[in-house]
Design a protein around this ligand. Structure first.
Ligand SMILES: Cc1cc2nc3c(=O)[nH]c(=O)nc-3n(C[C@H](O)[C@H](O)[C@H](O)COP(=O)(O)O)c2cc1C
Length: 153
């Protein structure tokens, strides 16, 4: 069973969280790799319809996929939205999801972003197995990160 963690991270938080998950999965003996979605747009939040991909990972080789993204404007980041929408099929794959955001509570953008990710993945045949919302605010960060790693490991 091969797991791919596919992360988009603009300022590094989501990648940091994904690396914690990678370490946890590997410590449990899972065959796992982390791949980054990258773009060359200087302001990717400004024009999600004109994304210039510099790395667009292929999920074909994975039985299980974790998608991770920041929240932008109380919603899923435009880059992850465009990336997920570009996938032709997730049929037969177990899919887990997490997002990071700044505000303290999950309903301040995190839950909505997860709902968007679920819908796009389910429309492509993915079977959602777990999800988590991580607040990067100082009060919640450590506990939310631990809960995400535990839920998705
Ligand atoms: C364009 C933009 C919009 C954002 N909108 C929100 C928001 O609606 N709610 C929130 O809690 N955080 C928001 N944030 C903060 C990010 O979601 C948060 O810092 C996240 O952890 C960044 O992840 P990254 O470092 O992986 O890019 C926004 C950040 C940016 C750059």
């Amino acid at each position: 069973m091969k797991t791919g963690i596919i992360v988009y991270s603009h300022t590094g938080h989501t990648k940091q969280a994904a690396e914690l998950l990678l370490d946890s999965l590997r410590a449990r003996g899972r065959d796992c790799e982390l791949l980054e979605v990258t773009v060359s747009n200087p302001k990717p939040e400004a024009n999600a319809s004109r994304i210039q991909w510099t790395n667009k990972p292929d999920v074909e080789a994975f039985d299980q996929v974790v998608f991770a993204s920041p929240v932008w404007g109380f919603s899923l980041s435009g880059v992850m939205k465009a990336y997920l929408e570009s996938l032709s099929s997730l049929k037969g794959k177990k899919v887990s999801l997490f997002v990071t955001h700044q505000l303290p509570l999950p309903w301040m953008g995190g839950n909505a972003a997860v709902r968007q990710m679920k819908k796009i993945c389910e429309d492509r045949g993915g079977q959602i197995s777990a999800h988590a919302v991580v607040s990067w605010g100082e009060k919640r960060r450590e506990q939310d990160l631990a809960a995400m790693v535990s839920r998705l490991s």
